[in-house]
Write a protein that binds this ligand. Structure first.
Ligand code: PRP
Ligand code: XAN
Ligand code: MG
Length: 165
């Protein structure tokens, strides 16, 4: 692990589903929302859960890439928000969903596209937190969140032999 990341926060599918559902509960009172914009790829999974819970059927994507594993590179917007969802009102009644906010670079870029939309993430780190309207769990800035789609089952050495928390 890069020395910038001192702690790890592994999340199972079960836990992620529970946390995404908790996000939907928090968003329930904020709407109504006419559409969800998922920030790919990480936002696709919570967007599906939230859209199911809140009965939203219009799902749009904004495609952004910035990290190559744990290294942050230049932010690239590969696909913007379609006109049908973006409209002319700056995204009023639109819900933007991502898995997490870290430095806030991704959130800042997408917020600029839809300034009046509601921005929601499952996890938030302190630097990015001010950019998010609704989130579920905060983790420290030096924590790397391991999402379930990036992991597989593997042997873990006993604590006595140097297993890391
Ligand atoms: O707040 P930031 O510092 O911008 O980091 C947060 C973003 O980084 C990750 O996406 P990534 O660019 O790795 O692409 P992915 O969703 O396809 O994994 C994560 O899913 C967020 O979208
Ligand atoms: O899987 C991830 N975990 C993180 O903590 C993170 N921060 C930015 N991008 C990230 N992706
Ligand atoms: Mg992402």
């Amino acid at each position: 692990m890069d020395e910038k990341w001192q702690k790890s926060f592994p999340v199972s599918w079960d836990q992620f589903h529970r946390d995404a559902r908790a996000l939907a509960w928090r968003l329930h009172g904020e709407g109504p929302f006419s559409a969800v914009v998922a920030i790919t790829r990480g936002g696709l999974v919570p967007a599906a859960v939230v859209a199911r819970e809140l009965g939203i059927r219009i799902i749009e994507t904004v495609c952004v890439a910035s990290y190559d594993y744990e290294k942050q590179g230049e932010l690239q917007v590969l696909k913007g928000v379609g006109e049908a969802v973006a409209g002319s009102d700056g995204g009023k009644h639109v819900l933007i969903v991502d898995d997490l906010v870290d430095t806030g670079a991704t959130a800042r870029a997408v917020r600029a596209m839809l300034p009046h939309a509601h921005f929601a993430t499952v996890y938030a780190k302190p630097e990015g937190r001010p950019l998010v309207d609704t989130f579920v769990t905060e983790v420290s800035q030096d924590t790397w969140i391991y999402l379930p789609w990036d992991m597989g089952l593997a042997f873990t050495p006993p604590i006595r032999d140097g297993a890391k928390v």
